[in-house]
Design a protein around this ligand. Structure first.
Ligand code: ZN
Ligand code: ZN
Length: 422
């Protein structure tokens, strides 16, 4: 067991019921990206009670809480706070029924279908426990509650608001995410753990006309269809089989009526890559194909490209991961395992990149262990509702405890009186 945690065992047990209440409240009151006003207030008020220097409204709704506890390293722990624009379908007694207006003014259901409510709860618990056991560690703890992860803007908005000049430079930045996996387990990895994610909107311009007179049109529907198919050849024909990449066109919109050839068409696409060179190559290939298909169709103008979101690769630092591996294996035994990179993306690494400090991110399993075992045996893992599914529902016991302990282990590996190797 982590030595830091040994001193806290009783406190963890007695804190869990309170954290469960906090979690269910956050779950029932999800807030859209960059609108996390209530959540931010709850976390800021909570950590302030335990002696943290709290700065609110960093990058819109971000909260930075600093606890100085003598000489030693500075460790930044990060949790993201936002929910997703989707209706929840878990059927849980504490399911969200919240509706809110998105940035376009459209009313949408709102749900914590990525589990960020758990991330917030874990970090609140860790903040409280660290404050209550100051003789068990030395250094500075910085708890960062970040807005807008789901739109890829939250970390950047905190940085644009002076994050790196207003707060102590961390020696290491640590974060964790609940994922499909047996509850009670912790998955770590050196090197790339999450893909880069880039989303683009491409508008293709044609010339509208009556459906009976195609010769007077430049048909953007054909242009969009042809572009869609040709874009699929990037991964299948241009990327080496040793590299992996995903390109999905998730939206394809044109026209209103069967006998009107519309003026333009819009594609929205998302790509995931695990290597910076592959990422650059694919971004170039997408432009090349879109422009060339427009030329092939005799389009009146070049297509218009808009970046919808851009998430960098999450590449865990080797030495940081080695220290995490030691503490996780010592504490969790066989419940700690080396995981594969996931084709999901995060803006967590933006902080480490901006500050130029090492970072590491790991996964906490949130699936009922028996259900997970059955799904693995039946080769039906894909049927377990994952993050962003309306049915995503992490089991609280032991996920709440595991995430709390993992973050305490990790913080203790730098700050703990005996755990620390520096
Ligand atoms: Zn998500
Ligand atoms: Zn997430």
């Amino acid at each position: 067991m982590s030595k830091l945690i040994t001193t806290m065992v009783g406190a963890i047990d007695s804190l869990l019921p309170e954290l469960e209440t906090v979690y269910k409240d956050l779950h029932q009151h999800p807030e859209l990206s960059m609108q996390e006003v209530r959540t931010a207030q709850i976390v800021a008020d909570y950590v302030e009670k335990f002696g943290y220097e709290v700065t609110r409204n960093v990058g819109v709704t971000g909260v930075v809480a600093v606890l100085r506890n003598g000489d030693g390293p500075t460790v930044m722990l990060r949790a993201d706070m936002d929910a997703l624009p989707m209706a929840e379908a878990t059927g849980l007694p504490y399911a969200s029924t919240v509706k809110a207006k998105d940035e376009d003014g459209i009313e949408v259901g709102v749900a914590h279908s990525c589990g960020h409510d758990l991330h917030v709860t874990w970090l609140m618990g860790v903040a409280r426990l660290m404050a209550g056991h100051r003789d068990a560690w030395r250094g500075t703890l910085m708890a960062v509650f970040q807005p807008g992860e789901e739109v890829g803007r939250g970390a950047r908005s905190m940085i644009e608001d002076g994050m790196v000049v207003r707060f102590p430079k961390p020696d290491v930045i640590l974060g964790q995410h609940v994922m499909v996996g047996a509850a009670g387990t912790v998955g770590y990895r050196s090197g790339t753990i999450l893909s880069a994610g880039d989303s683009l909107k491409v508008r293709l311009f044609g010339r509208g006309s009556h459906g009976s007179q195609p010769q007077t049109s430049i048909d953007p529907v054909i242009m969009a269809a042809s572009t869609t198919l040709r874009l699929q050849t990037i991964v299948s024909r241009e990327i080496s089989p040793r590299d992996s990449a995903v390109l999905t066109i998730g939206a394809l919109q044109a026209g209103t009526k069967e006998n009107i050839i519309p003026d333009d068409a819009t594609l929205k696409l998302n790509m995931r890559t695990f290597d910076e060179d592959v990422r650059e190559y694919m971004l170039g290939a997408i432009r090349r194909i879109c422009c060339a298909e427009c030329v092939a169709s005799n389009a009146p103008r070049e297509p218009e490209f808009t970046t919808l979101s851009s998430y960098p690769l999450t590449v865990n630092d080797d030495a940081t991961c080695e220290r995490l591996r030691n503490t996780f294996e010592a504490h969790f035994g066989e419940r700690a395992y080396e995981t594969q990179p996931a084709a999901a993306s995060e803006d967590f690494s933006v902080f480490g990149r901006e500050w130029g400090v090492p970072y590491a991110f790991w996964f906490i399993g949130g699936t009922d262990p028996e259900e997970f075992k059955r799904a693995v045996a039946a080769k039906k893992l894909n049927e377990i509702p994952s993050n962003h599914s309306p049915k995503f529902a992490p089991v609280l016991d032991p996920t709440l405890r595991t995430g709390l302990e993992a973050m305490l282990c990790a913080a203790g590996a730098w700050l703990g009186n005996e755990d620390s190797t520096t």
